[in-house]
Design a protein around this ligand. Structure first.
Ligand SMILES: C[S@@+](CC[C@H](N)C(=O)[O-])C[C@H]1O[C@@H](n2cnc3c(N)ncnc32)[C@H](O)[C@@H]1O
Length: 343
């Protein structure tokens, strides 16, 4: 039986790559950012369809699936409107990306896939738009399971909690069992320790993507005083930004940190090359993560071709991606479920 998937909000193809590794054929990915097309198609033998999903006519997808195939529709809508930061600012409902999950359901109604998978940040589970997504799937006859999973428990070396939802028309489907425990987490050291040393502001001669952002003189001093696993609390007082000297600034410990070799990395965001935007300091070298290191911590293979783009765009593409390893786990679970139902 042919299993065929289409990936909504495909970006540069993290999820698609993982599904393909689990031996699920991906026909196409849709995204409104055309700069993602190069990496998506180059690494995935799947078609990139430039499209705004809020205006897309999903009947066009029906023509792509082979008659009689098992239809899979997956997607990871933009996470920013549901991030904890957005919630703090109460920006959510005014963000145009907020209702993209409603368009995902509109797609499900037209495509009638056998299997649906959706990934997002944990914050989405508190929203009406998510509750409606689950309710609509159930009304359409899907069996639904969802869980906020901790990525290290599935072999991703990042302190990343994400919602995974699986739904099936065939019968009960469940979120995959964890594959790792604290004793065998994949760590920062496992992934990036062997890369050549580079300095802040420099590019490795062997690998163009192994380049680290320049540090301002004040950040160079801060970096020197940062301890692995520590924060700005380790610095001399004269290095603190004014806002951290106030009581209200005492809670910002998730920035200006240095990673530890024996731990998982922080969540790789679109800002992972900036020392001041997360705990993105290298465990030993005085710089933030390089683009290559971020890509490897996202579990992209070393030969994934990201294309010839400026550093800012590459880190946005990579930081936005679903880690391919999570895609493998989701893909394997879909296959297992289909086998149980004789597909
Ligand atoms: C979280 S990323 C998806 C990552 C991707 N699934 C992967 O595995 O690498 C969300 C994507 O949604 C895209 N996007 C945002 N608004 C969109 C819209 N209205 N229509 C289509 N794509 C959109 C963004 O360009 C971005 O690539």
């Amino acid at each position: 039986m042919k299993i065929e998937a289409i990936d909504l909000f495909c970006g540069i193809g993290g999820l698609t790559y993982g599904l393909r590794k689990a031996k699920i054929k991906v026909l196409a990915g849709l995204d409104n950012d055309e700069s993602c097309a190069y990496a998506y198609e180059k690494n995935n033998a799947a078609k990139f369809i430039p499209a705004d999903i809020s205006e897309f006519d999903f009947k066009n997808l029906n023509k792509m699936y082979t008659k009689g195939s098992v239809r899979v529709l997956v997607g990871c809508a933009p996470c920013q409107p549901f991030s904890s930061h957005a919630f703090k600012l109460r920006k959510d409902a005014s963000d145009a990306r907020w209702n993209l999950l409603d368009h995902f359901i509109r797609g499900v109604k037209v495509v009638k896939p056998d299997i649906v998978s959706m990934e997002n940040v944990r914050g989405v589970t508190k929203t009406e738009v998510f509750k409606n997504f689950v309710c609509e799937l159930e009304k359409l006859g899907y069996s639904v399971d969802w869980k906020v999973v901790y990525a290290p428990n599935y072999g991703v070396p990042q302190n990343r909690s994400r919602l995974i939802l699986l739904a099936s028309r065939l019968g009960e489907i469940s979120i995959p069992k964890e594959t790792h425990t604290k004793d065998n987490y994949v760590t920062v050291g496992d992934i990036i320790r062997e890369l050549p040393k580079i300095k802040a502001g420099k590019v490795s001669k062997q690998d163009y993507l192994h380049q680290a952002k320049k540090l301002e003189p004040i950040n160079q001093k801060r970096m020197l005083q940062s301890k692995p696993g520590g924060s700005w609390r380790d610095w001399d007082k004269n290095l603190l930004p004014n806002c951290y000297k106030k009581d209200s600034g005492q809670t910002y410990t998730s920035v200006y940190g240095r990673m530890k070799w024996e731990d998982v990395s922080p969540t790789i965001t679109t800002q992972f090359t900036s020392y001041g935007s997360g705990r993105f300091g290298h465990p030993e070298q005085n710089r933030a993560l390089s683009i290559r290191e971020g890509a490897l911590l996202q579990t992209f293979p070393i030969d994934y071709d990201f294309g010839d783009f400026p550093a800012g765009k590459l880190s946005r593409h990579i930081g936005n991606a679903v880690p391919p390893q999570l895609g493998v786990v989701i893909g394997n679970q879909i296959k297992k479920h289909l086998e149980m139902y004789g597909k």
